[in-house]
Design a binder for this molecule. Structure first.
Ligand code: CA
Ligand code: CA
Ligand code: CA
Ligand code: CA
Length: 465
């Protein structure tokens, strides 16, 4: 932490004037651990202690008044040396105002934010504590009543430490810094299918969660990247970590913006996905795109599902190449075709975790180790970005004709706007030899382009007007 902020007020006298007396000489600031004997009280001696002259804390009128009508002031102190917090630690912030002259003291009070029966401070829902001498010793601040209420104090601890450039994924990972089990399905629990996705880079590795050291240097997925130090601890540009294992919360990373949704993933029907890569400067070496789907819904990306005699690997897109010399700008790319494995009928929800990763090194996909699918190299990737998605619905693919059509002057009715012929795909029933499901898109000029060729299955006469 680098800055401390707190709020306070002065008691008012009968003339509604602030009782400032001869003023505050200094604030004594300290940080404490929790008392192991009573975790709702601070432990002595403090971990950190500093006396700060009043002139150094910048008393600022917030324009707010408290319930007595007294002005509320904000005080800010920027630490000369940041105070380092340990992951998972609980800390108390303690504050005393020291008067210039005890014979005419200021009646300054630390502002409360609330008096509540349900204080927010985890893990034991503790409210504020006080240490009054005499007799000394910490006690909880409890306001009598039915039920009794606790004080919450107005303060803020902030960190202005620069966020490292790294990018990581946000799929749930039970081998994390916190040693807390995470749930893949349903995400966030209650406990169901354990999550074994490799997301955290340091803890529980190998398999290593993919980390990208310089995601903004050359190319990334979608329009944006948000950076973080690690997936589950440290500073994060989004202010929350990508995953919070201690509360079983995944999928908290910003800028999941590469995959173009919705996906069309009919069971055992060849499919493709479209995604956006933003290239900062023309590439001088190839980059690789890998995509994993948890077809088996077992919380990892290591399996190969069966589509009859054909394998449907969870590593569905394997080292698709973005060639050297790709110009700067946004590029919409289409993956090679792969087989989805979604055996449940469309009416039943059957969500799955998906990872897309762009990198300068080819992925080895994984190994025999459980949780290796979707992992990255020991030394991390230099370039690229990883995005993880919890996909709850994927539209069934329809087969569309691909004769030319236009929104304004329909000639061959192919697009849905012109009531084109379309067919739900029935397994084993098709025209021609192999049926690829079209992903038909219309660009601004009203022209249609199909991302996949299905010359042997077109449903309308192919002629030119
Ligand atoms: Ca992105
Ligand atoms: Ca995500
Ligand atoms: Ca993040
Ligand atoms: Ca799996």
């Amino acid at each position: 932490m680098t800055d401390l902020h707190w709020w306070g007020n002065y008691e008012l006298d009968e003339q509604r004037q602030e009782r400032r007396g001869l003023g505050i000489a200094m604030f004594q600031l300290s940080i404490h651990a929790s008392d192991p004997k009573d975790s709702c009280l601070p432990l002595e001696p403090p971990l950190w202690l500093l006396s700060v002259p009043f002139g150094a804390v910048n008393e600022t009128d917030t324009g707010l008044v408290n319930s007595e009508g007294a002005k509320i002031y904000e005080y800010t102190y920027v630490l000369l040396e940041p105070f380092k917090q340990d992951a998972g630690g609980t800390y108390w912030f303690d504050l005393s105002a020291i008067s210039v002259d005890i014979k005419d003291p200021p009646m300054w009070r630390w502002q409360e934010t609330a008096r509540t029966i349900n204080p927010a401070f985890p893990p034991n829902q503790c409210g504020a504590a006080q240490n009054q001498t005499p007799p000394g010793g910490w006690t909880s601040v409890i306001w009598a009543g039915e039920p009794p209420r606790h004080s919450e104090m107005a303060f803020e601890v902030t960190s202005s430490v620069a966020v490292p450039e790294n990018d990581l994924g946000d799929a749930p990972d039970s081998s994390n810094t916190w040693g807390a089990a995470m749930t893949a399905y349903p995400p966030g629990g209650p406990a169901g299918t354990p999550a074994l996705f490799p997301t955290v880079y340091q803890a529980g590795s190998p398999p290593y969660g993919p980390i990208h050291w310089q995601p903004k240097q050359t190319a990334w997925l979608g329009p944006a990247v948000t950076s973080e130090q690690e997936a589950d601890i440290g500073v994060d540009q989004d202010t929350v970590n990508n995953i919070q294992p201690q509360v079983d919360a995944p999928d908290l990373d910003g800028a999941d913006d590469g995959l173009i949704l919705p996906l069309l993933l009919s069971h055992c029907v060849p499919a493709t996905i479209n995604y956006t890569v933003h290239v900062a400067a023309p590439t001088t070496a190839p980059l690789y795109i890998n995509v994993w789907f948890d077809w088996w819904r077992d919380g990892e990306w290591d399996d190969i599902a069966p589509c009859g005699q054909s394998p449907a690997p969870e590593w569905a897109v394997q080292n698709q190449v973005l060639p050297a010399g790709t110009p700067a700008g946004a590029h919409v790319l289409t993956s090679p075709a792969f087989l989805p494995y979604n055996p449940l009928p469309e009416s039943e929800p059957n969500p799955l975790w998906v990872r897309i990763s762009l990198s300068e090194q080819r992925s080895s996909g994984g190994s025999s180790t459980i949780g290796a699918g979707g992992s990255g190299p020991q030394g991390g990737y230099l370039l690229g970005e990883t995005e993880d998605y919890y996909i709850e619905s994927y539209l069934p693919a329809l087969d569309w004709g691909d004769a030319p059509d236009a929104a304004t002057s329909p000639r061959y009715p192919t697009l849905s706007a012109n009531i084109g012929a379309r067919h739900g795909i029935v397994q084993g029933f098709m025209l021609g030899v192999s049926l690829l499901s079209d992903n038909v898109r219309v660009n601004c000029s009203g022209k249609m382009s199909a991302y996949l060729k299905d010359e042997d299955t077109y449903l309308e006469p192919r002629t030119t007007a």
